[in-house]
Design a protein around this ligand. Structure first.
Ligand code: ZN
Ligand code: ZN
Ligand code: ZN
Length: 361
C-alpha cells in the first residue's frame, strides 16, 4: 500500500508553510512520487499544477491521456494544435511565488516566465526533499526487492560469468542482462572497471580485455517498480596479489563501520566519518576520493548524502548507500557498496550478498 493521497496532502501543507502560490511539476521523480504517474520526457509538455485548497490539475498531451489513471487530480488533455503553455499560464495569473520541478525543461520554464508575472521561483525539491527522504513501508519493500534481485545476480556471477579474456563491455552487458532476468524493469548502469581502470570510481566500461590476476570493480543496478538498486562488489579474477586482499579487507571493514554507525538521530556525516576513519588509519586516506554514500529511491542519487558537513540526523525510513572505496591510480581499485535503511533499532540491510572478495575465472 502506498499513501499517495497523503503525499499530496503533505506536499500542499509544505507549500502553505513556505507561502508558495503554485507548484509546477513536470518530468522527473517528484511527479510519480506525488501522483504515481511518470511523465514522458519529450517536446510535448506534461505538467502538474498544484495550488493550496484547489484540486491539482495535470496537463497532458492528448495522445498520452490513455496512460493516465490518477485519482484526485483533474486532467486537461491538450491537442496537437493547442499551446499547452497558454493553458498552464492562464491558471497562473495570480501566482507570484512559484515552485518549479528541478528537472523541468528550461524551454518550458522560459516560456512560462515570458507569459507571467512570476517574480519568485523556487526549486520544488526544497519542498519534496524532506518528504521523499523518509520512505514509507511500500517504498522500503520495493528497495528491498530491488536489492535482493541484484544480490541474486552476484550469487550467479562466479558460476555464470567468465571474466578473463573478455572485455569490460562484454561483462557489463552480462550484468545488465542478469539484472533484468532477476526482475528489474530495466538495468540502468554497469560499471566494470578492471585493473588500473578500477582506480576511476565512475569508469565507463571499455574494450579493455580482462586478464587473470586482475581485480575488477563491478557496480551495477537498475529500476524495479520505480525504485533503484545499486550494488558494488570487487571481483578477483583467479589469484590476486596479497596487497589486493589487504586493501579489500580495509574497505570491507570500512563498509561494516559505515553500516554499524547507522541509527536514528546519528548525523549523516557520522556514517562517512566511521567508514573514513578505518581507511585513514590503514594509511589510505588520500585514496578514498568520494563521499561514503547517497540516498536512493526513485532516483539513484538523492538526499540524504553521507558526507562530511551534512549534520542532518538520520531518521527511521531513510535509505542510502554505504560505499567506501580505495583507488590506487595506475594500479587498481576496490569498492564495496550496499544499500541500507535506517530502522528504529539501527541498520537494516537491503543488500546482503557476500561481501568477501568474489573469485571468478
Ligand atoms: Zn557512484
Ligand atoms: Zn553504485
Ligand atoms: Zn551508489
Amino acid at each position: 500500500m502506498t499513501d499517495r493521497p497523503s503525499r499530496l496532502g503533505r506536499f500542499e501543507a509544505a507549500m502553505s508553510l513556505a507561502e508558495i502560490d503554485a507548484a509546477l511539476i513536470s518530468v522527473g521523480p517528484d511527479l510519480p512520487y506525488l501522483i504515481g504517474y511518470e511523465a514522458m520526457a519529450s517536446e510535448r509538455l506534461t505538467m502538474l499544477l498544484v495550488r493550496p485548497q484547489r484540486t491539482p490539475v495535470l496537463f497532458v498531451p492528448l495522445l498520452e491521456a490513455p496512460r493516465v489513471a490518477v485519482e484526485g487530480v483533474d486532467m486537461i488533455a491538450w491537442g496537437e494544435t493547442d499551446d499547452p503553455l497558454d493553458l498552464v499560464t492562464r491558471e497562473l495569473a495570480a501566482a507570484s511565488r512559484v515552485a518549479v520541478g528541478d528537472h523541468t525543461w528550461s524551454v518550458f520554464l522560459m516560456g512560462i516566465l515570458q507569459r507571467t508575472e512570476i517574480d519568485d521561483l523556487i526549486p520544488v525539491s526544497i519542498l519534496t526533499k524532506d518528504l521523499r527522504m523518509v520512505k514509507d513501508a511500500s517504498e522500503i519493500d520495493a528497495l528491498r526487492r530491488a536489492g535482493a534481485a541484484v544480490d541474486r545476480v552476484l550469487q550467479r556471477l562466479p558460476r555464470e560469468v567468465r571474466f578473463s579474456g573478455r572485455s569490460e563491455v562484454d561483462v557489463a552487458r552480462d550484468l545488465m542482462e542478469m539484472t533484468v532476468e532477476e526482475g528489474h524493469r530495466e538495468a540502468k548502469f554497469a560499471i566494470v572497471a578492471s585493473g588500473p581502470n578500477g582506480a576511476s570510481p565512475h569508469h565507463e566500461p571499455t574494450d579493455r580485455v580482462i586478464e587473470a590476476g586482475e581485480v575488477v570493480v563491478c557496480d551495477f543496478g537498475g529500476r524495479l517498480d520505480g525504485y533503484y538498486s545499486d550494488v558494488t562488489r570487487t571481483i578477483a579474477v583467479g589469484d590476486v596479489a596479497p596487497e589486493v586482499e589487504n586493501v579489500h579487507q580495509v574497505v570491507l571493514e570500512a563498509n561494516r563501520a559505515g553500516r554499524d554507525a547507522v541509527a536514528p538521530g546519528v548525523p549523516c556525516q557520522q556514517v562517512d566519518r566511521a567508514a573514513r576513519e578505518v581507511i585513514e588509519s590503514a594509511g589510505f586516506a588520500e585514496y578514498f576520493v568520494h563521499r561514503t554514500g547517497h540516498g536512493i529511491g526513485l532516483e539513484v542519487h538523492e538526499h540524504p548524502y553521507m558526507v562530511e558537513g551534512n549534520e542532518l540526523p538520520l531518521a527511521e525510513g531513510m535509505t542510502f548507500s554505504v560505499e567506501p572505496g580505495i583507488y590506487l591510480p595506475g594500479r587498481f581499485g576496490v569498492r564495496i557498496e550496499d544499500i541500507v535503511a535506517c530502522g528504529d533499532g539501527g541498520v537494516v540491510e537491503l543488500n546482503d550478498a557476500d561481501r568477501g572478495l568474489v573469485v571468478v575465472e
